[in-house]
Design a protein around this ligand. Structure first.
Ligand code: NAD
Length: 294
């Protein structure tokens, strides 16, 4: 078998086109969605990510404002800046680019962002909503993966879904979303003995570890859907995922490429969450999205 490719770049564009129409409708009502992006210091990778987010915002008509703060800023001053944006009616979504300098407690920062503007979905309240299946702002990467599965008509109900990686931004929220969608979910991490015992049972295998080529062909159940979240730069400059793409595509039914799979969806879902925030602040959308199929 040769797996069908899940083309994240194409699917992301289809979603952006659809949501741009919703921005057009808002603009007709004199509402322009606004995203405030705070960046502390000048880490080159963070600057690239923020630049990509700004460009993506412009492409759908979101007004993106960037706030460059010095690496020496105190936590108190950063929290004050967030408060200012919490109270700014032109800003519907707030994003603080991570990582932050070591002297700042990231938990205090994420907790300061108003729940109604937390478009990254990292606030504890939003994390709690994930448990109930009634998402306020689903975190962008797992939300993007859910949309890839939906777009490809892959129903997860009753399937064995295995998530490799248990970070707060990818693995854990992904597992909770799949659970809400009635999958039977296992979560593995670096401490898991015999990873293959889990991967070989997976109908849906989602890999987010940051270990290049961790998942090999012989670890994958024939016909499985394989979603590769990893983004790894090899010493020779190549960008690869956590899945040995060439081998695994011979046994999987569907597979995402790296680049061009999950990556484009992450930024797209940030746009979706920001537009949703603008609609909600004008009472034009429900306060939550129901993933719960129970
Ligand atoms: P993280 O470092 O916070 O977490 C990694 C997780 O993988 C941990 O739970 C760890 O226990 C597990 N892990 C590590 N080695 C393992 C192994 N050998 N076997 C089993 N589990 C193992 O990373 P993260 O932020 O969740 O990101 C994971 C990967 O996804 C990275 O490559 C990152 O660049 C990428 N990523 C991509 C996107 C995207 O938009 N495509 C978004 C976020 C993260």
């Amino acid at each position: 078998m040769t797996a069908k490719l899940i083309d994240g770049k194409h699917i992301a564009q289809v979603i952006r086109d659809k949501w741009k129409l919703r921005v057009d409708e808002l603009i007709k009502k004199d509402i322009r969605p606004g995203l405030g992006v705070i960046i502390v210091g000048n880490d080159p990778a963070s600057l690239v990510y923020v630049g990509n987010k700004t460009k993506a915002c412009e492409s759908v008509g979101i007004n993106s404002k960037q706030y460059d703060l010095p690496v020496t800023i105190t936590e108190e001053d950063l929290l004050a800046k967030i408060d200012e944006l919490n109270n700014d009616p032109s800003i519907n979504g707030i994003l603080v680019q991570l990582p932050l300098p070591k002297h700042i407690d990231v938990n205090n920062v994420l907790a300061k962002i108003s729940v109604e503007k937390d478009v990254d979905g990292f606030h504890l309240y939003n994390m709690g909503a994930l448990v109930t299946g009634k998402m306020i702002f689903p975190p962008c990467t797992p939300y993007g993966i859910k949309c890839l599965l939906d777009y490809t008509n892959i129903d997860v109900e009753g399937k064995n879904a295995v998530v490799i990686g248990s970070s707060n931004i990818v693995g854990k929220p992904m597992a909770l979303m799949l659970l809400s969608m009635n999958a039977t979910v296992s979560i593995c991490n670096i401490y898991t003995y015999y990873l293959t015992q889990y991967t070989s049972l997976a109908d849906i295998l989602i890999v987010a570890t940051g270990v290049p080529g961790l998942i090999k062909k012989e670890m994958v159940k024939p016909g499985a859907v394989v979603i590769d979240v990893g983004i790894n730069r090899l010493p020779d400059g190549r960008l690869v995922g956590d899945v040995d793409f060439e081998g695994v595509k011979e046994v999987a039914s569907y597979i995402t490429p790296v680049p061009g799979g999950v990556g484009p969806m992450t930024i797209t879902m940030l746009l979706v969450n920001t537009i949703m925030a603008a609609e909600r602040s004008n009472k034009l959308a429900k306060p939550y999205i129901d993933f719960d199929r129970a």
